[in-house]
Design a binder for this molecule. Structure first.
Ligand SMILES: [Zn+2]
Ligand SMILES: [Zn+2]
Length: 64
């Protein structure tokens, strides 16, 4: 086990999109999916396209 070994910085823990360091590749992956993944989610009611599922979710509460 070499948790603190040098040269172990192969795995990316810093988000390329916003520069946030998640300190963990798995957390980075989840962060990127939530924050930056271009989902192009479309509101079925008004047709507005959103880049993130979170934004669409917020919008859906207002759009009825
Ligand atoms: Zn980010
Ligand atoms: Zn809508």
């Amino acid at each position: 086990m070499r948790f603190f070994g040098h040269g172990q910085s192969q795995s990316e823990t810093k988000c390329k999109e916003c520069g946030t360091d998640l300190h963990d590749p798995e957390r980075l992956r989840k962060h990127h999916e939530k924050a930056h993944k271009k989902l192009n989610e479309k509101c079925r009611l008004c047709g507005t396209v959103f880049n993130s599922l979170d934004e669409l979710r917020k919008h859906k509460k207002k759009c009825k």
